[in-house]
Design a protein around this ligand. Structure first.
Ligand SMILES: *Cc1c(COP(=O)(O)O)cnc(C)c1O
Length: 368
């Protein structure tokens, strides 16, 4: 097969963005709406930026059906900054919190939280890449919130249900699967997501927070991390990452044009099923180490040449993929192997090309 297609980017983040959006940004970069100025040269208090800021919030509200008693904030400091911000805003009530550790990111979040109070592990970290059954969970009586990561980007583990917390505010890291499926926001205290995987460039973090959780920040909480303060000032309390929010707004428009989150969910299902089927039908040439009940639709790690992976074959796989302009397929350094990230901007067609390559590679290098 030829490589007439443009680069296929399966990177984990920052990640592929819709080409249409990038072209739009390029076209108006030097003169935003005939102003003779770039958007990035304008005040964050200009009417132009105000319109973008409000539209982006409105789009999040519409696309995710966010109830009126939730605020939508645009923050800085990345997903990692949010791990701390959540503790500084919410942990004060009881001084402790429950953590569901199912992989790399929730593990990092739990370590960060230990700086601010007592962290209860709801279950021991699983030895295989899986999610322990809820009947084995030990939620504590005294938690200020329950934290979990809805999709573990490195490990390829995703929840397909909302954890039950008996009324304790549920906090979700959706950095790598926001806007890839419908979410019942009313079941959450806070949902947050770094934009750079599904909804925009790096620099901005989307935070959706229930109103009654605002106003409890610790007195040491930096103002830039105080959800109540950001909310009161409509996310322009100090200079926001205007460029990131501007591009994010365009990605959200694009999602809406494509048919909204329902369409993204349908695509995610089609893309992941196509890839998992290719893995399953490969006679153990490709092996996905994740338990089937919690396989991610978004980040799909697998080994080449059997369950433990064959280093030489995996290098060859990456090399051959690059010749076909399929990039950033190398697994995270902590787990090795291959990982394909199938974010919103990656099309079903892109995944079919990947699978076609995988089948050809197997014919050439697999057992005869
Ligand atoms: C990428 C990622 C993060 C970290 O985001 P940064 O913006 O790099 O701090 C946190 N959680 C998840 C699930 C991620 O995928």
């Amino acid at each position: 097969m030829g490589s007439s297609h443009s680069a296929l980017n399966f990177g984990a983040g920052p990640a592929k963005l819709p080409r249409e959006v990038l072209t739009e940004v390029q076209n108006e970069f030097l003169s935003y709406k005939d102003s003779g100025m770039s958007l990035i040269e304008m005040s964050h208090r200009s009417k132009e930026y105000e319109a973008i800021n409000n539209s982006a919030q409105q789009l999040v509200r519409e696309l995710l059906d966010v109830p009126p008693n939730y605020k939508i904030l645009f923050m800085q400091g990345g997903g990692l900054g949010c791990f701390s911000a959540i503790c500084m805003n919410l942990m004060g009530r009881t001084g402790e919190a429950d953590y569901l550790v199912t992989g790399t990111w929730s593990s990092i979040a739990a370590k960060e939280a230990a700086k601010y109070g007592k962290v209860n592990m709801v279950f021991p970290r699983p030895e295989t890449r899986s999610i322990p059954h809820p009947r084995t969970w030990k939620l504590s009586e005294n938690a200020s919130f329950v934290f979990y990561c809805d999709n573990e980007t490195v490990d390829g583990v995703e929840f397909n249900y909302v954890p039950e917390t008996r009324g304790v505010p549920l906090v979700a890291d959706m950095s790598s699967n926001i806007m890839t499926k419908k979410v019942d926001v009313s079941k959450y205290g806070i949902i947050f997501a770094g934009a750079q995987k599904n909804i925009g460039p790096s620099g901005v973090v989307l935070v959706i927070v229930r109103e009654d959780l605002l106003g409890n920040a610790s007195k040491y909480c930096p103002t830039v991390f105080d959800f109540a303060h950001i909310s009161k000032n409509n996310s322009v309390h100090h200079t926001p990452t205007t460029f990131s929010v501007y591009v994010m707004e365009k990605v959200l428009q694009w999602i809406k044009r494509c048919g909204g989150v329902d369409k993204m969910a349908q695509n995610s299902y089609d893309k992941s099923t196509t890839l998992y089927n290719a893995i399953t039908n490969s006679n153990n040439f490709y092996v996905c180490p994740i338990e089937e009940s919690c396989r991610s639709r978004i980040n799909i790690p697998f080994r080449v040449g059997g369950a433990n992976g064959d280093d030489a074959l995996e290098s060859k796989f990456l090399e051959e993929a690059e010749k076909l302009r399929m990039y950033q397929l190398k697994g995270h350094r902590s787990v090795g192997g291959i990982r394909a990230s199938l974010y919103n901007a990656t099309s079903v067609e892109d995944v079919k090309l990947l699978v076609q390559f995988m089948e050809e590679f197997r014919k050439q290098h697999g057992p005869k």
